[in-house]
Write a protein that binds this ligand. Structure first.
Ligand SMILES: N[C@H](Cc1ccc(I)cc1)C(=O)NO
Ligand SMILES: [Zn+2]
Ligand SMILES: [Zn+2]
Length: 290
């Protein structure tokens, strides 16, 4: 059952999130020719994320950052594991995909993927930064994930979610962040209602109401497994995806060379809201051990 109990810690951490650091990460990740799952730069980008998360973690104990290799293509996924202090077998997952694509995989053209999905990785990275720079100590284990090969059939997250199912892992909740920076609709957060958990969506809406009362929550549908949350949902785990806009008002530049930060106003103001919501989610799901 979903309890809200970490008021003080959540408010402190939400206040620490910064638009400038999210923007810097989007700039960095969208500077590669592409992050295609089969290209050299696609592997380079994944390794850059690993190094970046490692740098954020520093010497903090109980945290590991690893690449996860996949069968059949080079680009690894990246997983940061923060051991819980009380119930380490219970796992909270927050993830997004790190690959990009132009069209159906045309590597002659650039695939900067600033919104799809550098924005999601930058949002997750900002959650990591504020958490590790504070005295936060999770009771449950938290796994931050950058999935490979989402654009070619959710392949990285399918492997990882299936592994967790086969190992009987107790994943208590998953938040997916894919496209957080194109402000296309009236509502700030658009919770995807299919291939997700209604109960967890309700909890996330409650978190937004309590901690971000000036922001608006709405719902939208994909009609198919439109991002990595579907991999977790299909393996029986509660998943949610707060999305940038309504389906028909989302960023139309994705999967083209025009998916750049400039196309989104040159700032990360919209993604900043998602970093606050994601921080509240992770802290309220994993709880803080005083
Ligand atoms: N299809 C998804 C983008 C996408 C996701 C959700 C919604 I609603 C609309 C569009 C994609 O390309 N993910 O990488
Ligand atoms: Zn995406
Ligand atoms: Zn995409």
């Amino acid at each position: 059952n979903y309890q809200i109990s970490e008021d003080e810690m959540v408010r402190k951490l939400i206040a620490q999130t910064k638009e400038s650091s999210i923007r810097a990460t989007i700039q960095q990740l969208s500077s590669y020719h592409d992050r295609y799952y089969k290209s050299k730069t696609g592997v380079e980008a994944a390794n850059w994320i690993k190094g970046f998360w490692q740098k954020l973690v520093g010497e903090k104990s109980g945290i590991s950052v690893k690449t996860v290799d996949h069968n059949g293509w080079e680009q690894p996924s990246v997983v940061m594991t923060w051991q819980g202090s009380e119930t380490p077998n219970e796992i909270v997952v927050i993830g997004g995909h790190l690959d990009s694509i132009n069209g159906r995989g045309n590597t002659r053209l650039k695939a900067p993927g600033a919104d799809d999905n550098a924005s999601g990785i930058a949002t997750i990275s900002e959650v990591i930064r504020v958490l590790v720079e504070s005295n936060f100590k999770p009771k449950k284990t938290i796994k931050f994930m950058g999935y490979a090969a989402e654009e070619v059939g959710l392949r990285g997250s399918a492997e990882i979610a299936r592994q967790h199912k086969n190992q009987g892992a107790k994943v208590v909740g998953v938040m997916q962040l894919d496209m957080t920076n194109y402000n296309g609709s009236q509502d700030d957060f658009n919770l995807v209602s299919d291939y997700t958990s209604d109960k967890q969506n309700k909890f996330i809406a409650e978190l937004a109401k309590k901690y971000l009362p000036q922001l608006k929550v709405g719902y939208t549908r994909c009609g198919y497994g439109c991002s990595d949350h579907a991999s977790w949902h299909n393996n029986g785990f509660p998943a949610s995806m707060p999305f940038e806009a309504k389906f028909n008002q989302s960023n139309r530049s994705i999967h083209t060379e025009r998916d750049t930060l400039g196309q989104m106003g040159g700032n990360a103001n919209h993604a900043l809201k998602f970093s606050k919501l994601a921080t509240a989610f992770v802290v309220e799901m994993a709880k803080h051990a005083d």
